[in-house]
Design a protein around this ligand. Sequence first.
Ligand code: FAD
Ligand code: 2HG
Ligand code: ZN
Length: 474
Amino acid sequence: LSASTPSTFTAAALRELVGADGVLVGAEEMAPFLLDHRHLYRGRAQAVVRPRDVEAVSRVLRYCHEHRIGVVPQGGNTSYCGGATPDESGRQIVLALARLDRIRNVDADNFSLVAEAGCILARVQEAAAEADRFFPLSLGAEGTCQIGGNLATNAGGLNVVRYGMTRELVLGVEAVLADGSIYDGLKSLRKDNTGYDLKSLLIGSEGTLGIITAASLKLWPQVRAHATAFIALTDVAHVVALLELLRAHGGDRISSFELLPRVAVELTVRHIPGVTDPLDAAHPWYVLCELTAARADEPLADLMQGALEKAMERGWVADAALAANERQRAAFWRLRESVPEAQRMAGPSLKHDIAVPVASLPGFIVEAAALVAQLLPDGVLVCYGHAGDGSLHFNVNRIDGTGVTAFQEREPVLRRAIHDLVTRFHGSISAEHGIGQLKREELARYASPVGLVAMRAIKQALDPRGILNPGKVL
Ligand code: FAD
Ligand code: 2HG
Ligand code: ZN
């Protein structure tokens, strides 16, 4: 490159704005930022920019706005839909938020904390625990993903049945808008009806409306008691009735209700060191359910056992293991959280991140499984996930490593069939992972036309030059 090419010019200008160590341009140092987690997309970029504070983010945005340079925000780069990967033009920059990593404040009395966008989710959980509080967002990527990425995708995860999605855990947001202006919405209020709810708009916007630089998060009393059961269903048809029964016994103490098929147990036992089958015999479907409480003396095990005994009498449950200690509880969770990794090790998979009304889950699974059998008979259905929220990872794996190309060529046909079915069930084609670049066409096809017009108008109003995460979502 000569000194006058846009890349070198931009890199030099950006160094002025964020410091010399905040701008990467070498192919090797940029490489990890240019490849998405699933290795579906490899982009190019003029530079990777790593600001340390909100003022530096503001300066970068102002520069990019003026020069019409596309900005791709990136947190932990665990997106499942290519949301944090630049395009192949080489003209965009990646804005990596990792160095905005301070917990600015923990207010135990107000049950809130303020974390900068680059804080790793596990660090936010720890900061809450250090103040004897609980931050409930939890997902398999929590050791890598960042709270800014969680907000930007409105992440779901393992505790939604009790605490809700990320949007419900946020009290306020600080963000930098497309022109570099700083929106200071970092309030820590439970009530605030002063006009449009901008934080809710920024949450889930996948970096297309603003760069989230910090968030004020809700905390709960520390969890001091758990009852965790690995439950074998006689038939997936009983999953909804089991949830109802557990709710009748446990009330709102149910914090997780995860569905797993037999093949998920087989894949994790085969591929993930240390994972074992919690039960003696094989069963077609399982539920991993956890009750939690803030008081150590709550009789959670009794509540769980009472419900499971009734479920067995009714023929819904064939067997169950109740974790007797923290080690067993961790083993159940390790099995569940390793399913994506075991699937990856088994071979390529076609993923559908869908939701239907909870009561429709069994009906949906039966019909969707029939579609897989018809359209992709050599695929192995690995359908699992957050059944308590009606949210399923309806994934189809190629296990033996042969015929992979033919398998992948079938993807569009299967995707259309599954997403049409989801629509017939009044469901969602993106329950929790977002749209990114992977599902843009799907959004255009399945979203409400009126909703799409409104979304485009909002995008135009907040980012008239289209510099924020171009090519994502819309
Ligand atoms: P990235 O991947 O870096 O970015 C995600 C999107 O947000 C991109 O569009 C990016 O441009 C944008 N973005 C990132 N940071 C900012 C910011 N500060 N401001 C504005 N935009 C920004 N998701 C779930 O919902 N539930 C799960 O249970 C779940 N489990 C997972 C398990 C594994 C093993 C993996 C790898 C992923 C999982 N995910 C899950 C997907 C993923 O959405 C989450 O890991 C996480 O929310 C993404 O955070 P991140 O920091 O990695 O964001
Ligand atoms: C999970 O719930 C994640 O484990 C990943 O959302 C799902 O790999 C997947 O499809
Ligand atoms: Zn999930």
